[in-house]
Design a protein around this ligand. Structure first.
Ligand code: NAD
Length: 260
């Protein structure tokens, strides 16, 4: 089924919007919702950039991809920008999602109210363990994975969430794709192989912690001074007596929408 999907993507861009911009749009949307909640009608690019934690030039460039330029001296109309970003993200329709693997993490995800409030409906929960089948969570009965094909078709599901152990994740991904799912959110710490036309996003909390560990190490090194405790350069190269720091990876640059 996925092979029939029209190709809309060229190197790092989806419908003309760079993937990095796509990854920031939900952040702008969240910031805009928070501003709207405080009664704010218009916002400058600088204010929105601060609220979203990006620089304002990048924000203006991102929004220009949606045809949104704001008004000089006024900024952006909050409700209009919410509409534009929601449309760009496809959030004007409610997407049906299936979750596979209802163990510790799956239970927490199944009960998370934040999916519904952001436009996603959990259509069904699946597990391979017969003992879990029939258990009710957040108004849904856990079903056996063998029902996946039927439910995906009946409920027109296009997004699948995998919260199984790594060893089962590829097999589950294959079954999701076979059933017709074309986007996968993978919580298992492994790389999935999927055909063209299927998008995979990976969530890995341990990986995020490792990036923070990198920054912690750097802060500790800087606190020790340029020559370290032994008088040798640490975590960088010596240049005329000063340390040239190695560039730190940015968390938001490390995430890729396609190909994980
Ligand atoms: N992304 C993160 O930040 C994060 C955080 C915690 C855990 N995890 C990962 O999430 C996954 C789940 O962790 P957990 O602690 O909930 O594990 P768990 O063992 O409690 O639950 C896994 C569930 O998957 C089911 N399952 C196994 N094979 C299956 C298959 N082929 N089809 C359908 N269901 C199947 C099991 O029956 C079980 O109910 C693991 O891969 C873990 O590493 C990720």
């Amino acid at each position: 089924m996925s092979g029939d999907r029209p190709r809309i993507r060229a190197a790092g861009r989806t419908r003309g919007v760079p993937e990095a911009t796509v990854a920031r749009l939900p952040v702008y949307l969240r910031a805009l919702h928070a501003l709207a909640d405080t009664g704010c009608d218009t916002v400058s690019s600088e204010e929105l950039a601060v609220a979203a934690g990006v620089n304002s030039a990048k924000l203006r460039k991102d929004l220009s991809h949606l045809g949104s330029y704001g008004t000089r001296g006024v900024g952006y109309e909050v409700s209009l920008l919410v509409d534009q970003i929601s449309r760009a993200l496809g959030l004007t329709q409610r997407w049906a999602v299936v979750l596979v693997g209802v163990g510790n993490l799956g239970h927490a995800l199944a009960g998370y109210a934040g999916f519904a409030s952001r436009g996603f409906r959990i259509a069904a929960l699946f597990d391979a363990d017969a003992e879990r089948v029939g258990e009710r969570i957040a108004g849904l009965d856990i079903r056996h994975i063998d029902d996946l094909d039927r439910v995906v078709e009946e409920e027109q599901v296009s997004i699948g969430v995998i919260s199984t152990p790594s060893a089962a994740a590829q097999e589950v991904a294959d079954r999701l794709v076979e059933a017709g799912v074309t986007s996968i959110l993978n919580f298992a710490p492994c790389v999935l192989q999927v055909p063209d036309g299927v998008d995979v996003r990976k969530v890995d909390l341990a990986l995020e912690l490792q990036i923070l560990s990198f920054h912690e190490q750097r802060k500790a090194d800087i606190a020790k001074g340029p020559h370290g405790v032994n008088g040798t350069a640490i975590n960088g190269t010596m240049k005329g007596g000063a340390v040239t720091p190695l560039p730190a990876p940015r968390v938001d640059d490390a995430r890729e929408v396609v190909g994980q």
